[in-house]
Design a protein. Structure first.
Length: 138
């Protein structure tokens, strides 16, 4: 990865940590779940409004490291307006990226987390929001 790309990815993560998207609570939530990553102390609370198999709205709140919070923020942007099936396929592609360390053009800004693939102890930080989502939908 070029130094320029690495810098760009870092800025995306810091930006999402500073100004998390879809942060807060939903009035008409249909699904909720809380996730906790004890190895780092990250916490995520997720609220979803699902209608006809479509994620019409999503909000999260939480605290923890930049990776966990930026990943959750990026996740909400990626899944809002998607069907449950589409959201699971994004989750799978994201998991694959963290496993292989290869970016995936279909993942857009989520590629900013590709560097985590090399930091094995931080993978759980990056996947916390996604696991919380998966369990909320289960
Ligand atoms: Zn963390």
């Amino acid at each position: 990865m070029s130094a320029l790309l690495e810098q760009m990815y870092k800025e995306i993560l810091l930006e999402h940590q500073k100004r998390p998207r879809n942060y807060g609570h939903l009035e008409h939530k249909t699904h909720t779940n809380q996730g906790h990553n004890p190895s780092c102390g990250d916490q995520i609370s997720l609220e979803l409004q699902i209608q006809d198999n479509c994620i019409v709205a999503v909000r999260f709140s939480g605290r923890g490291c930049t990776i966990s919070q930026a990943s959750a923020s990026l996740m909400t942007v990626a899944i809002e307006g998607k069907t449950i099936a589409e959201a699971s396929s994004i989750a799978q592609a994201f998991g694959a990226m963290l496993h292989t360390g290869q970016t995936d053009s279909s993942l857009g800004d989520l590629n900013a987390l590709v560097g985590v693939a090399k930091l094995h102890t931080r993978v759980k930080c990056a996947t916390l929001g996604w696991q919380t989502l998966e369990l909320a939908l289960a």
